[in-house]
Design a protein. Sequence first.
Length: 320
Amino acid sequence: MAHQISINNGVAQYASTKVEWHGLGQIMAAGASIEDWQKQAGMDYRIQRSVIRYATERDLTHPSQFKTVDDKHVLFRSDTGAPLGVVSDGYKVVQPADVLEFFREWADQGGLSIESAGVLFGGKRYFATAKLCDGVSLDAGSDTVVPYALLSTSADGSLATECRWTTVRTVCNNTLTLALKKEASYKVSHRSVFKPEEAKAAVEAANEQFGAFMVMARELTSVKIDQARAEALTIALLNKASEEAARETAAFTRIMDLFNGSGKGATFDTANDTAWGWLNACTEYADHHVRARSDENRKASALWGPGDALKNKAFELVTA
């Protein structure tokens, strides 16, 4: 099974405060310094750039005849020299170490705690997550939701630089990206310069909207839905050519199985036959059960790709 966490000299370029992803990576103690995180997560190298030179078969014996591509550069790792991507000459690079540096001031003040950081796909993507508070309970008991900030970017153009809020339901480690108003979200293409102060302002502005999300979540725990309604929502979520086609998918079977009791936390009063329970059946499916080449591919999809889109569509359906 191909792991998408980068491996450099036999060491996984990933660090976390808990064991995950088949135990790959380094376990970090609470309160570790930014410098420790950068080193242990393998994010202490730099991304460098070079002009592109090429040769036709006729030119191979005459290096002086090599041609250049004036408006393209190749980005590569300073530590291994491995190529990361071919980009325009105006591509604005965010260095791996800067992703963790973004959280330094808050971490030093005790305003958040870094939970994970790492390098994926050989260095083409890198990210860090930070827990913003200890979490809020939906039921004055075991069903708790914790807000996180996720800062991610890429060195091959596959991701913009983005700071987003995600929530994690602790009982099952399900994630959901909050749909936030413009002032509470930050995303910039690599044609523009990453401005940490604007990203920080967006994170701070999102606090109020996390409160609104929790109000909505509590409302969902009080909305009872029967089997027929749960099946109808799942059919709408999968968006197949027909109802029959949707019912025949593995996704339909798994989501309904999770909703009907096999999901983690599915038997809590907050989730048992409720809209909140159905939403978490969908998020658990995308985060932990959808077919993928590896756990890392599944997680990448759940954070940035089709899995993330599926979860957001589920949220829209259940709150419509």
